[in-house]
Write a protein that binds this ligand. Structure first.
Ligand SMILES: Nc1ncnc2c1ncn2[C@@H]1O[C@H](COP(=O)(O)OP(=O)(O)OP(=O)(O)O)[C@@H](O)[C@H]1O
Length: 257
């Protein structure tokens, strides 16, 4: 069943067309890999899906509803959660608190609940701690053991894992991962692939879109691969099909090759 669809999705910055009439669909419980050379429009595509940019053309349909230009917090509450290419954690908060921040916009209590520490606020905090521990324990026991450590004291690989936990705690329908293995060594990347595959054991229907330059990760995770080049979607299919596609090879190697 379809979760997300884009039709002729376009983002133009002045004279530059960063995403050009991209039509694409994503089913529930499907993993999609997005590849493409630097500057081909992958991150801009993510920024459109999450509401950071308003498209200059085309539509984004999530669960049958048009969400063009809706705000990131609105999309987050609909069930679209993401991680960022360059990691965005709260460095002065500990691991558990960082995960709890993922629940922030979903909680129902108001400012006065926090000021007066009402029963409702205390109950929500208790539930947030439990959800955060549950996610940490499930996704990465190593992180759970470090729950009191400041995010800034984590290894690089654990920081990336923590970002994924923070996105997962909101129980998203769509998880968007922007270069999750950037900066990891090959062993850490293999471990990450296994961790991401485990997500489906707790969230059976979750759909995942991942941008990656590491082809091992894409091959290990993606049911379907899409390749961008200069803002265009130039290929779509299984990893094997896309990795042998002439246009894809040309986009990566350049015309001369
Ligand atoms: N806010 C912006 N204003 C102007 N141009 C932008 C903006 N964001 C992206 N671009 C341009 O759009 C094009 C696509 O960039 P984008 O970051 O989406 O590519 P990418 O495929 O994610 O690249 P990388 O793999 O290096 O992260 C690039 O030419 C980039 O310079």
């Amino acid at each position: 069943m379809e979760l997300l669809k884009t039709t002729n999705l376009t983002m133009q910055f002045g004279g530059l067309v960063a995403v050009n009439k991209v039509s694409f669909n994503l089913n529930r419980a499907e993993n999609i890999g997005i590849i493409g050379p630097n500057g081909s429009g992958k991150t801009t595509f993510f920024n459109l899906l999450t509401g950071i940019y308003e498209p200059t053309g085309g539509d984004i349909i999530f669960e049958g509803k048009k969400i063009n230009g809706s705000r990131p917090d609105y999309n987050y509450n609909l069930g679209i959660a993401r991680t960022f290419q360059n990691g965005r954690l709260f460095w002065k908060l500990n691991v558990l608190e960082n995960v709890m921040m993922g629940l922030h916009t979903k909680q129902k209590s108001f400012l006065w609940d926090a000021v007066f520490r009402t029963k409702k606020e205390r109950q929500e905090e208790k539930e947030a701690v439990e959800s955060a521990r549950e996610i940490l324990g499930f996704f990465s026991k190593k992180l759970l053991e470090q729950q009191d450590k400041l995010a800034s004291d984590l290894s690089y690989a654990d920081r990336r894992r923590l970002e994924i936990c923070r996105a997962l705690v909101s129980k998203p329908k769509l998880l968007i991962l922007d270069e999750p293995s950037a900066g990891m060594d090959p062993n850490e990347t293999l471990e990450l692939v296994e961790d991401i595959k485990k997500i489906r054991k707790i969230e059976e229907d979750i759909s995942i879109i991942v941008i990656e330059h590491d082809m091992g990760l894409i091959e290990g995770l993606a049911d379907r691969v899409i390749c961008f080049s200069s803002g265009d979607k130039i290929a779509e299919g299984s990893f094997n099909e896309v990795s042998k596609d002439k246009e894809v090879i040309r986009a990566y190697l350049g015309e001369d090759e």
